[in-house]
Ligand binder design. Structure first.
Ligand code: ADP
Ligand code: MG
Length: 314
């Protein structure tokens, strides 16, 4: 018999677009793909990226400091919170509308502003790699570095940008409320942009200037929710070895063991496919029966039926 599953879906950049207008359009297609899963009876929990959106908010808040000298720089963690609310707003409305259009009523959709604890001693803080914000001249970069203590790096001949660390997620602060909502059948959007990174000191949570990879945050969420499937929806239908080479080969089925070997052989690009395959390996090996699927947004429904995508399993 057809078994319904609990699925954590991680949405890539193509699910949201790069501008306000693009996002308003993109969420319709995204909602349609997600409701395809909900309509089949699956429990769906949604995580999304936020690169372009948090960049846009960060730039806007920086512009505000130039316009109004009484305003100080907005912490990057606050920009992350704004991006979660903004994206959640568009996404939850699009999903709500799509559900209603298909006659699925009484399926509330909500967004949880989510914080994720990171470790101050995470080695990622010794070597920040994630560029954020505008490209600046050397002089302007030196000025903001001096004023705010930002780390500025030259980015491929295009100017200087602020870089922040990409630490591993340790704990989802709002996990209890997310579980309660998911268990009671609500559609939940959470851990947006990988979550707002925070340091925990006693009872106090302090926003960290960092970016958590949404693929790793989704993996942690899927484990905490005891999900059946971690589904990473991106811009390719399958994972390839020898990607973009003459002997390129698209993979359908990948054991954890083989996936680990392929990571070591360097088949997956560090900033894009490697975190997905690493998260997939982590989830699939965390408990018997768990599997991860990497595929195109539009193929979500076919993917969960085992008809396409790359499935990573133990
Ligand atoms: P997302 O926004 O979904 O996180 P990314 O751009 O970070 O998307 O990662 C997906 C991209 O990874 C694909 O569009 C593809 O160009 C790239 N990629 C790198 N290595 C591989 C590989 N071995 N197989 C498939 N795609 C790969
Ligand atoms: Mg990515």
């Amino acid at each position: 018999m057809f078994k319904t599953k609990r699925i954590v879906v991680a949405l890539g950049g193509n699910a949201l677009g790069n501008t306000l207008h693009e996002q308003m359009e993109a969420v319709k297609t995204t909602a349609s793909a997600l409701v395809d899963l909900i309509a089949e009876g699956h429990q769906v929990v949604i995580v999304h990226g936020n690169g372009p959106q948090v960049g846009m908010i960060n730039n806007a808040m920086t512009a505000l400091t130039h316009e109004d000298p009484t305003q100080s720089a907005t912490p990057f963690s606050v920009c992350g919170a704004m991006s979660q609310a903004y994206i959640g707003y568009d996404l939850q409305n699009a999903i709500r509308e799509e559900l209603a259009d298909r006659g699925i009523l009484y399926k509330p959709v909500c967004t949880i502003v989510t914080q994720v604890v990171v470790d101050k001693n995470d080695p990622a803080f010794q070597n920040p790699t994630k560029p954020i914000g505008k490209f600046l001249s050397k002089e302007d970069a030196d000025a903001v570095a001096e004023k705010y203590g930002y780390i500025m790096k030259e980015d491929a001949g295009r100017g200087y940008r602020r870089v922040v660390a990409s630490p591993k997620p340790q704990e989802i602060v709002e996990m209890d409320v997310i579980s309660a909502l998911v268990d009671s059948g609500r559609v939940v959007i959470c851990c947006g942009g990988g979550g707002i990174p925070v340091f925990r000191e006693g009872h106090k949570l302090t926003g960290a200037s960092a970016v958590i990879d949404k693929d790793f945050a989704s993996c942690l969420l899927a484990k905490e929710l005891d999900a059946d499937v971690l589904m990473i929806l991106t811009a390719v239908e399958k994972v390839a070895i020898n990607f973009r080479k003459e002997n390129e080969e698209w993979l359908t089925d990948l054991s954890v063991e083989r996936a680990k070997a392929l990571c070591e052989e360097g088949h997956f690009a560090p900033g894009s496919m490697l975190p997905k395959v690493s998260a997939a390996i982590d989830f699939a090996s965390s408990k018997p029966g768990r599997e991860a699927l990497i595929t195109l947004l539009e193929k979500a429904k076919a993917g969960v039926r085992g008809e396409t995508g790359t499935c990573i399993h133990d």
